[in-house]
Ligand binder design. Structure first.
Ligand code: ARG
Length: 464
């Protein structure tokens, strides 16, 4: 194939080298961004008189036909092309002739590829943010449904204190809100335009970078041309943001897997998001949750990959940087799939209130409340803690629970105890009493749900 960049070389490149060098297989997904970027570039060249207004129009019209034909399928990406930038420019010149050769004035593939990637990832952030908000909203719905379902809250995976299932679920909504914040922040830093940095040093043409940036929806321009073509922070940062978000999804997935196990039986996942076993008829496997957990590893790998590619690179552009794309694309694709699957699966999740409550009543998780009761009766917390601990020990030895101890047994441990103790250690009361801000009481969980929903609505309006 005739190479647009064949300047000083004479001999043909080896076929193997061409294959090795090519990125069209993965960068063709930036076709739309490449074309819109080129349209803005042509418009700027025309406006500044670097090419004539008429030439700019011919370029823009030609680019539009390419965009349209790619959309309808009338034009196919040539897998033998070196990359998407070369492909578009070649097709353009084939279609409109010599004017096509003017498009690449005052730019280089180095600023072009940086531009395309920023534009593409900016769109990905918007999609991922929408999916994240959708999942957070599904979680709010579930938390509302189960705001009064009592389960054991755990520390060290040991039953700790009673909480509502809604409260536990809302913890994940909070994580997703932080993910939304991080995505927004990452987008803001990403949204500056590198086009016009050219190969690395800027250009002698009288260009207007701000004009081009504005036309493409950027908030500003990269202020140093060497940095503009060398910077891939935005891709690494997005991988990092997604790695954290996947970590959150993975923790949720892990809990869904545990809770749906025969040992817990706290939840049942919808049939539509589980699989059976080809040999064991009794099985209902949480494959989707397991895959979310497993795919988290890929996204961590994508982050490590891009950081490692960049760490030793001298300024400015190096071909190593072509390796920036597949990882971050994979991270975006993976995160989007996982978010969509979680948001699809959770509405059909059913909690087994009876199982949760039974587990909550079997682990002495109201022992703290018994100690708090004694504090209320006048004991210092440490002494109250001792008495409550001793009573738990007695229950374990004698196969009883705090609820089934007689008043006489209680009074033997402390004469301060009266028969109001039974209300105080009732699991429902224990949950309901935790009215501190952010606590597990029904009202507090409702307040959390309101807060998250109003944040999601705000973000929907795309404020800043
Ligand atoms: N395909 C290349 C990449 O993804 C485009 C930039 C090529 N620039 C160059 N100077 N060879 O990085």
């Amino acid at each position: 194939m005739n190479k647009l960049w064949a300047g000083r070389t004479e001999a043909e490149t080896a076929k193997l080298a061409d294959e090795f060098n090519s990125s069209i297989a993965f960068d063709s997904r930036m076709a739309k961004q490449d074309i819109t970027g080129s349209m803005a570039h042509a418009a700027m060249l025309g406006a500044k008189g670097i090419i004539t207004a008429q030439e700019a129009e011919v370029l823009i019209d030609g680019l539009q036909t390419i965009l349209d034909d790619l959309k309808t399928g009338a034009l196919q990406i040539d897998p033998a092309a070196e990359d998407i930038h070369m492909f578009v420019e070649q097709v353009l010149t084939d279609r409109i002739g010599n004017v096509g050769k003017k498009l690449h004035t005052a730019r280089s593939r180095n600023d072009q590829v940086a531009l395309d990637l920023r534009l593409y990832l900016r769109g990905e952030i918007d999609e991922i943010s929408a999916l994240t908000a959708q999942l957070a909203s599904v979680i709010c719905d579930k938390a509302e449904e189960y705001g009064d379902a009592i389960m054991p809250g755990y520390t060290h995976l040991q039953r700790a204190q009673p909480i509502s299932f809604g409260h536990q679920l809302m913890a994940y909504a909070m994580m997703l809100l932080r993910d939304l914040d991080r995505l927004k922040d990452c987008r803001r830093r990403m949204n500056v335009s590198p086009i016009g940095c050219c190969a690395l040093a800027g250009t002698t043409y009288d260009t207007d970078r701000e004009m081009e940036a504005e036309a493409l929806g950027f908030d500003g321009i990269c202020l140093n041309s060497v940095d503009g073509v060398s910077d891939r922070d935005f891709a690494a940062e997005l991988c990092a943001v997604l790695a954290i978000e996947m970590m959150h999804l993975s923790r949720l997935a892990e809990e869904l897997i545990l809770w749906s196990s025969w040992e817990f039986q706290f939840i049942e996942l919808p049939d539509a998001y589980t699989t059976g076993s080809s040999i064991m008829p009794q099985k209902k496997n949480p494959d989707m949750a397991e895959l979310v957990r497993g795919k988290t590893g890929r996204v961590y790998g994508d982050l490590m990959g891009i950081l490692t590619v960049l760490k030793g690179l001298p300024l400015a552009y190096n071909k190593d940087m072509q390796e920036d794309k597949e990882g971050v694309f994979d991270a975006c694709d993976t995160a989007k799939m996982c978010l969509a699957v979680m948001a699809g699966m959770l509405p059909g999740m059913k909690a087994r209130r009876d199982r949760m409550r039974r587990a909550a009543s079997e682990g002495f998780i109201n022992a703290t409340d018994l100690a708090d009761y004694l504090v209320m009766k006048g004991l210092p917390f440490r002494s109250a803690y001792k008495i409550s601990g001793a009573l738990v020990g007695k229950c374990i030895r004698e196969g009883k629970t705090l609820e089934t101890l007689s008043l006489a047994e209680y009074r033997e441990a402390s004469p301060l105890i009266g028969d109001d103790v039974y209300t105080h250690i009732d699991l429902g009361v224990c949950v309901q009493k935790r009215t501190s801000a952010g606590g597990t009481s029904v009202q507090s969980v409702e307040q959390q749900i309101r807060a998250v929903r109003s944040r999601l609505e705000q973000d929907d309006g795309k404020d800043d």
